[in-house]
Design a protein around this ligand. Structure first.
Ligand SMILES: [Zn+2]
Length: 367
């Protein structure tokens, strides 16, 4: 590297470093608890305090974890001349010291190590290296439609007790909800997992997906889950006339009633969007509108861990979790399916009960 750019880098680095000392604690890595693990050792391996670990994971009782539970691991706090390195297979403390131009003593002291044993995935403090400068931020790239106004508070005020984002924070309970099904690939796998773990959920079905998959709808009900209405063709209902909105709900209601004999009373509008007049008409027909408080982002996640990172930090008593049981054309919901078992086990480890929507909020599933 030519000298000029090296000294430029040094200047940039020292500027960056001065701003980096007190970063907020980010929970960005996951650890799956194995039999015999303790909070004490997991915290120690990752260079954080037991308190930080318990706080990041809302542990029911300090030190209480169960095998397979997923823990979010916050980064340990670092000083200006330290950065974090994640130990990889084949690493030794000596090799890490060499590649970061330091010595064993520095690593032992800064990481408060009692021995030179290290673990894959362990976060070690190492000396800061001349890092690549951050991508320059492009000014004026802020997006978003300033015209848009979220109308849920208006809808709630217009029809008290008929529009929900979450339950009360009384009991340690959460509800899992799955949108856009039925399909024959993901919905069935999700049902398998729920059945294996004894968890009950709510499926907001898209009417257009039902013909030819009636058996999946029947299976959802047979296995003790709730079937609910997610419109027929999945439009933005806020942009439709009240007549169109009623028609969307009605078509799906008829399809589900034809299979199960149950008339849906819960509706989740696609994208969470509903017009005031549309809601008036639906409420008159016995509907309650259910949105969500925790978005798993499963349909755009690259892997199961990302679904867990999106979801776990937001969970609190009364949460309604949005997931999907079918995707659009070419959409892969494998991350959602794979995350589900870990999510349920982790919630149970945190002391949560997973309940049907009707136990979380004062609503009836059917008319
Ligand atoms: Zn949807």
């Amino acid at each position: 590297m030519p000298n000029r750019s090296r000294s430029l880098l040094t200047v940039i680095c020292s500027l960056l470093l001065s701003a980096v000392v007190s970063l907020p604690v980010l929970a960005n890595r996951l650890y799956r608890v194995k039999p015999g693990d303790t909070v004490y050792f997991i915290a120690k391996w990752h260079g954080i305090s037991q308190e930080k670990l318990a706080e990041a994971n809302q542990l029911a009782r300090p030190g209480f974890i169960i095998p397979r539970q997923v823990l979010l691991i916050p980064d340990p706090p670092t000083l200006a001349d330290e950065e974090l390195y994640t130990v990889k297979a084949g690493d030794s403390l000596f090799r890490i010291a060499q590649s970061f131009g330091t010595n064993l003593n520095w690593l032992r002291t800064r990481n408060q190590l009692n021995s030179d044993e290290i673990y894959i995935g362990q976060r070690l403090k190492v000396p800061t290296s001349p890092a690549k400068p951050e991508e320059p931020k492009t000014p004026g790239s802020s997006t978003g439609n300033s015209q848009y106004v979220w109308n849920i508070p208006d809808l709630m005020a217009r029809h008290p007790g008929k529009v929900f984002l979450q339950g009360t924070d009384g009991a340690k309970q959460v509800a899992l909800t799955f949108d856009d099904g039925p399909d024959t690939e993901y919905t069935t796998k999700i049902l398998d997992t729920l059945g294996r773990l004894g968890a009950k959920a709510t499926f907001f079905l898209k009417g257009k997906n039902i013909p030819g998959r009636e058996w999946v709808v029947a299976r959802i009900v047979q296995e003790g889950h709730i079937v609910a209405n997610h419109s027929y063709s999945h439009p933005n209902l806020r942009k439709m006339s009240p007549e169109q909105i009623v028609n969307e709900a009605q078509r799906t209601e008829e399809l589900i009633a034809g299979i199960t004999g149950k008339r849906t009373a819960l509706l989740r509008p696609p994208y969470g969007e509903m017009s005031e007049e549309g809601l008036d008409r639906l409420v008159a027909r016995g509907y309650q509108m259910i949105n969500w408080s925790v978005d798993s982002g499963d349909w755009r996640a690259e892997n199961a861990d990302q679904v867990l990172v999106n979801t776990l930090p937001q969970i609190k008593p009364g949460s309604i979790v949005l997931m999907h049981s079918a995707g659009g054309e070419g959409q892969d919901l494998t991350p959602s399916v794979e995350a589900l078992e870990d999510l349920i086990i982790t919630l149970q480890g945190r002391g949560y009960q997973i309940v049907p929507l009707t136990e979380l909020i004062p609503v009836q599933a059917y008319k």
